[in-house]
Design a protein around this ligand. Structure first.
Ligand code: GLN
Length: 292
C-alpha cells in the first residue's frame, strides 16, 4: 500500500467519528509521526510502497484515535513553542493557548531585565514542563537563569524531567503541593497554569479530553478557581520585591481572578492578556512594595 493510500484510508476511517478538519489533521500527524516524515518528504514519497510493518503500526494508531485517544498520547510527543515534548496520560497535552502565557513572560523579561542579569523563575503545576522549559530555551542565551518547577504528581515530574533533558534546559524539579516545598525561597517570576475547569464542566468536555487527560490537571473545583484562591494570598512570601506572577486563566475567569488578586492586597498593576482567539487567557500582577 502507498503512503497516499494509507493516509486516505486513515482519514476516511476517522471521518466516521470526527469533523473533516480533525479527521484530516489527526490522520496526517499520525502518518508524519509513524513514518518520521514532514510534508516535503510526503510529496516525494506519497506514491511509494510503504514499509508493511510501519503501515500496520499506522493502522493501529488510527484505530486508537477512533476510540478518541488524543493524537499526542498516541505519538507520545507533541510540539509547543516550536520545541518537542514527551507527553503521556499523566500530563496535560500542551495547548497553543498556553503559548500566550509563555510569550507574555518572554516579553516581560525582555522589557524589565538587563541582559545578563540573574532571574529566578518558578513554575507551579508544571505538568509536562512545557512552560518552564520553553522559557529556559528562549531566555538562557541572554540571562542567567535559575529555574524551578513543582508539581503534585511524581509521574508528571518524571515526564517533565525527561523533557528538560531532551531540550537541554536546566530545571530543578520539586515534588510539591503548590508552594509547600519552596519555603523561604523568593522568585522574580512565578508562572502557573493550574487546573481551572469547573468540576461540572469537566464532565461535559469532549471525550478526547475527559476520558484521557488527567483530571488532576483540569479540575479546578466548583467554580474552577480553587487553586487561585489558595495560591494568591500565599504568593507574597515567595516573590521578590516587585516580583510578578503570571497565571493562565479560563476566558470567563478574568474578573474573578482579578478580584482575588486585588482583594489580597498583595498585587498591583494587574494585567489581563487575550490569546490569539481573542479569549482572556493570562492574568499577571506585580507584588506591591512592602512599605506601601
Ligand atoms: N485549557 C484547558 C482546557 O480547556 C484547561 C487547562 C487547565 O485547566 N489548566 O482543556
Amino acid at each position: 500500500m502507498t503512503l497516499k493510500h494509507l493516509f486516505r484510508e486513515g482519514e476516511k476511517s476517522l471521518l466516521e467519528v470526527f469533523e473533516p478538519e480533525e479527521a484530516k489533521s489527526s490522520a496526517w500527524f499520525l502518518l508524519a509521526g509513524c513514518f518520521a516524515i514532514d510534508s516535503k518528504d510526503y510529496l516525494l514519497l506519497a506514491d511509494q510502497e510503504a514499509d508493511p510493518e510501519k503501515a500496520a503500526a499506522y493502522q493501529a494508531m488510527i484505530r486508537r484515535r477512533i476510540e478518541h485517544e488524543p493524537t499526542a498520547y498516541i505519538l507520545g510527543e507533541w510540539e509547543f513553542m516550536g520545541l518537542p515534548f514527551y507527553v503521556g496520560p499523566s500530563v496535560l497535552i500542551p495547548r497553543p493557548d498556553t503559548e500566550t502565557l509563555v510569550e507574555e513572560v518572554l516579553r516581560y523579561v525582555k522589557n524589565h531585565f538587563q541582559k545578563k542579569s540573574k532571574i529566578r523563575i518558578l513554575d507551579i503545576c508544571t505538568g509536562s514542563g512545557c512552560i518552564i522549559i520553553s522559557l529556559g530555551h528562549y531566555l538562557s542565551e541572554d540571562y542567567e537563569l535559575d529555574l524551578y518547577a513543582g508539581d503534585l504528581s511524581p509521574e508528571a515530574l518524571e515526564t517533565a524531567g525527561r523533557n528538560a533533558d531532551r531540550n537541554h534546559v536546566d530545571v530543578r524539579f520539586v515534588l510539591s503541593d503548590l508552594l509547600q516545598e519552596f519555603e523561604s525561597d523568593r522568585f522574580d517570576i512565578i508562572v502557573c497554569n493550574p487546573p481551572y475547569v469547573a468540576s461540572k464542566t469537566v464532565e461535559g468536555l469532549e471525550p478526547d479530553v475527559k476520558d484521557y487527560e488527567p483530571h488532576l490537571a483540569l479540575d479546578g473545583g466548583r467554580a474552577g478557581l480553587d487553586i487561585y484562591q489558595r495560591l494568591i494570598p500565599e504568593l507574597k512570601e515567595y516573590l521578590t520585591d516587585e516580583g510578578r506572577v503570571f497565571f493562565e486563566i479560563g476566558d470567563e475567569q478574568a474578573k474573578d481572578v482579578r478580584k482575588l488578586m486585588a482583594e489580597s492586597s498583595v498585587f498591583d498593576s494587574i494585567k489581563v492578556v487575550k490569546d490569539l482567539s481573542g479569549h482572556n487567557r493570562v492574568i499577571s500582577g506585580k507584588r506591591k512594595q512592602q512599605n506601601v
